[in-house]
Write a protein that binds this ligand. Sequence first.
Ligand code: FPP
Length: 241
Amino acid sequence: MMQTDLDRSRMPVHIAIVMDGNGRWAKQRNLPRLAGHNAGMQALKEIVKRSSALGIKHLTVYAFSTENWKRPEEEISGIFRILVAYVNKELEEIHANNVRVTILGEYEKFPENVVAKLRQAMGKTENNTGLEFHIALNYGGRPEILRAARALCRKAKAGTLDPEAVTEEVFQAELFTAGLPDPDLIVRTSGEMRLSNYLLWQSAYSEFVFTDVLWPDFTPDCLEDAIREYQGRSRRFGGIK
Ligand code: FPP
């Protein structure tokens, strides 16, 4: 593990990020929005590496929301192209770093070649034991909760589940994040202070760190700053210290 001045005994187990501001980054430079997403992909590469080097166990990034379908077709297909290019370029190194890739969301709705690429990334890395890198794709918190509710209703209707037995644990097991710990820290870049349908169930006790830095400018040192801010927080989970 790398050297750092962070408190090793208080590292977040799960960091989730809203990678916001690619469009504005491009606009400031008179570049097309896709140039911003491309720069965002470069930034992400470095964040995955640093998270892994810091010994973080889970990193979840919001790469495509269920609302992003509202964007122009050209931008959507451009993001898909960037995703495929990311896997093509980075999968070897990700694998060499013992990183495991998983996808949260209904990514099967993406074009066939994108789905195949994502499956390749998940398949190749499925036995890796280091950082778990979760990419939220075609993900929305409310659709995720509805999907879980529907699955439980189906079981109840079939007579295999007693409604009274639906605990938080039973419910969480139906979410895309089944088995994952809730995010300790949620970071959103670009100065926006909202959740935008991200990890609604899972964020009940997350600490939030907001930064004005646009996502393409978010460096590994910015990540460490966010962790430092997190380490200064007093987490009480509704109790008293
Ligand atoms: C938010 O910025 C960013 C997105 C909606 C897409 C994020 C995609 C990437 C970082 C690249 C591909 C992902 C992977 C996993 C390789 P915005 O477009 O909302 O920016 P704006 O608010 O300034 O317009």
